[in-house]
Ligand binder design. Structure first.
Ligand code: AMP
Ligand code: GLY
Length: 421
């Protein structure tokens, strides 16, 4: 079968790498792709925001499944438009993607369905927001309602900071925001595939959001991850499915907007039990990289069954017992303004260490690979324990020649500390 993959990041490179191993695949296409994805797919230079061009491409190339990697095209209704043309899609339609696209929508749904999450107030004006702020202790969490590429959340330690964040949101344009109680605990991510009815657990991971070692500095899209997140024990995972994910999937179906695709739950393990921090309507980046390294099942078969609503007939996805760990190499300046154009060399030497290199913000200029984004590469390795997986991933990192790049040197620290006890 011919498949079109939408996206251009490390997540999509990992999906392309895994899809390319599926016996059911004829040709994999990717739009817009990147030089790493081009190792596994035919690149189509189409902007995913141009839905008509994507549909035309699908019809001309007998595409039987479109896999949408990032959130923006989902929220923008690309899946809806493809489904109207009877093209199968892995990824939710725009209404279901509100689980990621609107924080207020998700909080209201949690309240209606009795799903444990931080106490909140949904606010739509500056004055309303300032009035609601008084009901919350410090620190307090302020979130813009819509997609913000990881930049829409402020954790305010003082009332002045909270007011400044709200001022920033409502000062210019009005808008919509959520004020939330601050939760304390360890975060973990749980992934499930769902076709709107059936739910298949699809692994867990932990991310490292801050740019600096020791979890310091500004937030990023993620500087590294590992899977599984052992802190999410089988009992806690079952609880997350029963108390959080299953009621969400049912509430969405009952509301006439069934969610089909991968649902990514950001969870907080608080002293009062598990709570939902947020949903994403797609795989995490770089969490996808570690999931794909551990996945033993046929990804294409699972994605197709998700798209066709036949997950009930699928065997549960199988993951290796190994730990996978990934280190993100970013361009100097990230998450501010990253330095563009830095040369990247010795990819073959890095791959020879056994690590798998997934490309994100890279560009091929006359056969030379250069950086063209914030997060540039992810170096991923798999081993029986997290300490070995970490050592293998950093051996890959050290074999690369990317002088204008940097990475965190402590990815996996929590898990290693746990393993050492
Ligand atoms: P979100 O975009 O909702 O995932 O928020 C980004 C990050 O902010 C999360 O991964 C958490 O680290 C943090 N965060 C969000 N909401 C809360 C909360 N209610 N309490 C504590 N931390 C939070
Ligand atoms: N790594 C976090 C995310 O993909 O949202």
């Amino acid at each position: 079968m011919n498949v079109l993959l939408i996206g251009s990041g490390g997540r999509e490179h990992a999906l392309a790498w895994k899809l390319a191993q599926s016996p059911g695949l004829s040709t994999l296409y990717a739009a817009p792709g990147n030089p790493g994805i081009a190792q596994h797919a035919v690149i189509a230079a189409i902007d995913p925001a141009d839905h008509r061009a994507i549909i035309d491409f699908c019809l001309r190339n007998s595409i039987q499944l479109v896999v949408i990697g990032p959130e923006a095209p989902l929220v923008d209704g690309l899946a809806d438009n493809l489904r109207t043309m009877k093209i199968a899609v892995f990824g939710p339609d725009a209404k279901a993607a509100q689980l990621e696209g609107s924080k207020g929508f998700t909080k209201d749904l949690c309240k209606r369905a009795g799903i444990p999450t931080a106490r909140y107030a949904r606010v739509t004006s500056r004055d309303g927001a300032l009035a609601a702020l008084g009901d919350f202790a410090l620190p307090v969490v302020i979130k813009a309602d819509g997609l913000a590429a990881g930049k829409g959340v402020t954790i305010a330690a003082t009332r002045d900071e909270a007011e400044a964040a709200l001022e920033g949101m409502f000062g210019k344009s009005g808008g919509d925001a959520v004020i939330e109680e601050f939760l304390t605990g360890e975060e973990a991510s749980l992934f499930v595939l769902t076709d709107g009815t059936t739910i298949l657990p699809f692994g867990s991971a932990q991310d490292h959001k801050r740019v600096g070692d020791g979890d310091t500095g500004p937030n990023t899209g993620g500087m590294g991850a590992y899977s599984p997140a052992r802190v999410l024990t089988p009992a806690l995972e079952a609880q997350a499915i029963d108390m959080i994910i299953a009621p969400t999937v049912k509430a969405m179906a009952d509301a006439g907007m069934p969610f089909s695709g991968v649902l990514y739950a950001g969870l907080m393990l608080t002293a009062d039990g598990l709570k939902l921090i947020e949903y994403n309507a797609r795989f995490g980046d770089p969490e996808c990289q570690v999931l794909m390294l551990r996945l033993e099942s046929d990804l294409l078969a699972l994605m197709l069954a998700t798209a066709q609503g036949t997950l009930a007939d699928c065997p549960a996805p199988v993951f290796s017992d190994d730990v996978a760990l990934t280190v993100v190499m970013a361009a100097r300046g990230y998450p501010g303004t990253p330095e563009a154009g830095g040369a990247i060399g010795d990819l073959a030497a890095a791959a020879a260490t056994g690590a798998v290199i997934f490309q994100a913000g890279t560009r091929d200029i006359d056969g030379a690979l250069v950086a063209s984004g914030g997060r540039v590469l992810t170096v991923t390795a798999r081993a029986a324990d997290v300490r070995t997986a970490q050592a293998l991933a950093y051996r890959g990192v050290d074999a690369l020649d990317f002088p204008s790049g940097f990475c965190r040197r402590d990815i996996g620290w929590r898990e290693i500390a746990r393993e050492s006890v």
